[in-house]
Design a protein around this ligand. Structure first.
Ligand code: HEC
Length: 181
């Protein structure tokens, strides 16, 4: 090996060392000068310790429901419901349970409104009736409203579509509950 080779070797080691050192400094600087404002990873299940807080937390991101319901279209909601909810739910009075409970009269009704249906523990943690607001939060993301729910449905992301479905559900009653002002 001549000196040139040895020099190259030493240079390579030095460069590697410097690179290592500089990378360390940069990442150190990044971590120190830019602490994350929010946790980078949202831990959905974390709400299980405080079930009552989950709907509140989810609700904050939602637009007010009253104007959405006022503009909603029950016929469009029925189409959506028949397409995406009917796999698990029936809608007529006295309809049988499927994977999920019958939904006749659910709006304004108590949570776990179908007698005899075996609801999950996640649903047992809820006491509040199915108000328009509660349904809005639930249907946006069931797993956020009731972590651990057996309703294996991701949710309806569109505010308009969700409102349409909710006014359709409202129509499934002898005397539909008054829309919120
Ligand atoms: C894959 C099956 C499935 C689909 C699809 C589904 N659900 Fe459900 N749903 C369930 C199950 C199961 C429950 C009971 C949840 C539990 O006990 O955790 C439920 C519960 C509910 C409840 C609460 C009823 C009560 O008595 O408290 C409402 C309201 C509801 N679903 C509405 C809907 C709507 C509206 C859609 C369509 C947009 C829908 N679901 C789609 C399975 C489903």
């Amino acid at each position: 090996m001549d000196t040139m080779e040895i020099n190259k070797g030493i240079a390579a080691i030095l460069v590697a060392g410097i690179a290592f050192f500089v990378t360390g400094m940069i990442s150190d600087g990044l971590v120190r000068t830019h602490p994350l404002e929010h946790s980078a990873i949202k831990i959905e299940g974390a709400a299980t310790t405080a079930p009552a807080a989950a709907p509140e937390a989810a609700k904050e991101e939602l637009a007010p429901i009253a104007p959405l319901l006022a503009a909603a279209d029950p016929a469009a909601g029925e189409l959506t419901a028949k397409k995406v909810c009917a796999a698990c739910h029936t809608f007529i009075e006295g309809g049988k349970a499927g994977v999920g409970p019958n939904l006749y009269g659910v709006v304004g009704g108590p949570v776990r409104h179908m007698a005899g249906f075996k609801y999950s523990d996640a649903m047992q943690k809820h006491d509040e009736p199915w108000s328009f607001e509660a349904l809005n939060v639930w249907l946006k993301k069931p797993a956020a409203y009731a972590p651990g729910t057996r309703m294996a449905f991701a949710g309806i992301n569109s505010d308009k579509q969700r409102a349409d479905v909710i006014v359709y559900l409202r129509s499934l009653a002898k005397e539909p509950v008054a829309l919120p002002k």
